[in-house]
Write a protein of this length. Structure first.
Length: 274
C-alpha cells in the first residue's frame, strides 16, 4: 500500500486526474491525503468534489479556507459579500449539492496517522499549541461544523481577531481563532500573534514576522506536519514540515509526495494560468 499526499487542488480537476494516473493510484489498496482547498479559483470544483467523494475511505482530506468559504456561501450567504473571483457556483447548483456539502462539512481539520507519525493540516499551527492541544482544538471546530446550527458560526467566521491564543478564549472568538490557524495561517510575530495579512514567500514579509513553522520554541516542533495553503512558499521541507501547495491553480504544478517510507515526488504541470 502506498500513501500519497497531494497539495491544494482548487478545482483543477484535469490536473488531479492526470496526477492520479501518474502515481498509478489504486483506490483498493493505496491511500490519498489531501491538504484541503479542494475547490475554488479553478475551473471544475464540482468534478473534484465528486471524484474525491467517490473514493470513499481511500481519500482523506482536511478542510481549507476555500472549502469553508463554499460552505458559508451555501449555508450562511449573508455572512460576507460575495467574492466575484469564486468559481464554485456549479457546486451550489448541482443536483447532488446537499450530499457533497454534507460530506464536505464533516471532513476534519487535522488528521494524524500514528503509523506514519505524520499530521495533515491545511495551513498552520500557532506556536503555543502542542500536538495534544492541536487535536483538541480541531475536534472542537469539527463538532461545531457537524452540529445542526453550524451555519451560525459560518456567518461569524470572517475576521482576523483574536490574533493570539489564550486558554480562556470562548464562543465564536475561540472557534474563529482555531479556524484561522488551521486554514489561513502563514506568518506569526515573535510574541506568537498571528499575522494573516502577509501572503508572500518568506523573505517578503515585514520585519518581526516569521513563517509559523520557524517561530522559536514552537511547541509542535516534534511533529512531522504536511500542509498546503501557501502557494508562494511552494514545495518545502523544513524543520519537520512538508509544504505541498505548488500553485497549480496559478499556473504552477500539482504535487504529490509519497509518505509511507518509499519517499518519492510526482507532479503535473498546470494546463495554463487560471
Amino acid at each position: 500500500m502506498a500513501v500519497y499526499a497531494i497539495g491544494d487542488i482548487q478545482g483543477c480537476y484535469e490536473e488531479f486526474v492526470r496526477l492520479l494516473d501518474r502515481i498509478e493510484f489504486e483506490p483498493s489498496q493505496d491511500r490519498l491525503w489531501l491538504t484541503g482547498d479542494l475547490v475554488n479559483r479553478g475551473p471544475n470544483s464540482l468534478g473534484v468534489l465528486r471524484r474525491i467523494y467517490g473514493l470513499g475511505g481511500a481519500a482523506t482530506t482536511v478542510l481549507g479556507n476555500h472549502d469553508l468559504h463554499l460552505l458559508a456561501e451555501a449555508h450562511a450567504p449573508g455572512g460576507r459579500a460575495r467574492d466575484k473571483r469564486d468559481t464554485f457556483h456549479e457546486v451550489l447548483e448541482a443536483p447532488d449539492r446537499e450530499e457533497l456539502l454534507d460530506w464536505l462539512r464533516r471532513r476534519p481539520l487535522l488528521h494524524h496517522d500514528p503509523a506514519l507519525d505524520t499530521v495533515l493540516i491545511h495551513a498552520g499551527l500557532p506556536p503555543q499549541w502542542d500536538f495534544s492541544l492541536a487535536v483538541r482544538c480541531a475536534r472542537e471546530v469539527e463538532t461545531v461544523l457537524r452540529d445542526e446550527d453550524f451555519a451560525e458560526f459560518l456567518a461569524e467566521m470572517y475576521d482576523d481577531k483574536p490574533d493570539i491564543w489564550t486558554d480562556d478564549l470562548s464562543g465564536h472568538e475561540r472557534i474563529r481563532f482555531i479556524v484561522n490557524c488551521f486554514t489561513r495561517l502563514r506568518f506569526c510575530r515573535l510574541d506568537g500573534r498571528l499575522d494573516l495579512s502577509a501572503k508572500g514567500a518568506p523573505g517578503s514579509q515585514k520585519d518581526g514576522l516569521l513563517p509559523w513553522f520557524r517561530v522559536p520554541d514552537r511547541r509542535s516542533a516534534d511533529l512531522r506536519i504536511v500542509f498546503g495553503h501557501w502557494s508562494t512558499l511552494g514545495r518545502v521541507k523544513d524543520r519537520g514540515v512538508v509544504s505541498l501547495d505548488t500553485g497549480c491553480v496559478w499556473g504552477g504544478r500539482l504535487t504529490a509526495v509519497r509518505l509511507d517510507g518509499h519517499v518519492s515526488e510526482h507532479w503535473v504541470e498546470c494546463g495554463g494560468i487560471r
